[in-house]
Ligand binder design. Sequence first.
Ligand code: F3S
Length: 396
Amino acid sequence: MYLTKEEERMLRGDYGYGYRKAMEILVALGEIYGADRLIDIESAHISGVSYKNLGDEGLDFLKEMARDSRVRVRTTVNPGGFDLGQWRQMAIDQGFIAKQLEVINTFRRMGVEATLTCTPYYSQNLPRRGEHVSWAESSAVTLINSVIGAYTNRESGISALASALVGKTPNYGLHTYEGRGPKITVEIKFRLREIHEYGILGYLVANRIGNLIPYFKGLGRPTIDMVKYLSASLSTYGGIPMFHIENVTPESKNYEPPTERIVIDEKEFKDTSRRLRDDLDAVDMVWIGCPHASLDEIKYVADKVRGRKLIKRLVITTSRDVLLEAMKEDYISVIRLAGGEVYADTCIIVSPMGAGLKGVLTSSSKAYYYLRGVNKSKVYVASIDKCIDFALGGEL
Ligand code: F3S
């Protein structure tokens, strides 16, 4: 891979330990994937920020990097282990809080913004079309590649940090025209109606096509929340970094629909929906907000629970910016008055608060994967409407 004189100096260690390490990571990646050079990026987004994921080893690595290096582009981060304003209500262990704050402060020393959300594109960090960026958080990667037309590979937390420090990323894969081309046409033969159904569709498509980039036909014109759910499932179940929707997504006109094709009908979709419903003995939490809830989703919940009392535990996770917006509109006070909990900066998967949950009702097919795998919970995926009705005392 070609390196400029400055990049060579960085790699040699002339700029200090952090930049040398970062360059080593980028050069190794570039060589594995056949990149010709490094290209400038406009922003970075780092995942794996919870102390629950990092542990002491990860924290020590970050502290080493922070000794002498600072990010060169706007850099945001994924959720951590608790809500910075509500750790008491969340009953988080003091030792964990101290370690998580150390992680956040270490990032801040490097110039990283402690946005602590997996949906930075709702407000804090929205790339522009055609911009090269280096993002981790697979659901956000798939969304910004597909819907916004930004260019990023599926980075890990470490490679996104390395890119943030150097301000560059290796030029391969999704940074190239060829790497973004669709490989299979996916024809949808029925109408999807609700947001959560896009998550189920993503699960189904990923299970059928693996990690190929799909070109959707018959998907209509989904909203940003719908494609958020679709992106989350395509990336979780198939590692799919991008999709095209005919006449909708910005690059769909740049490519011909591939001749290899699958068809998905309503029967297959309904059968798949049933597969995402475990037999629950008990439901100890209803969770909305994976990926982090939008203002529209929070408004929807507030409108449904206004003036009522929740019977089951309802938890909503969102970004701090969206939380503040929702507070201005009074949605949060309405939900809290009904007995619901709303947290920013964190989620049930990366926070210790998710430990020991036996049964969870959620609108998210991505959460289905992680709650079962990480938390060993039983999970039932349903519409936001059904989730709230159940939390209000209804039947499943
Ligand atoms: Fe976000 Fe946590 Fe889901 S980081 S995508 S809410 S698992």
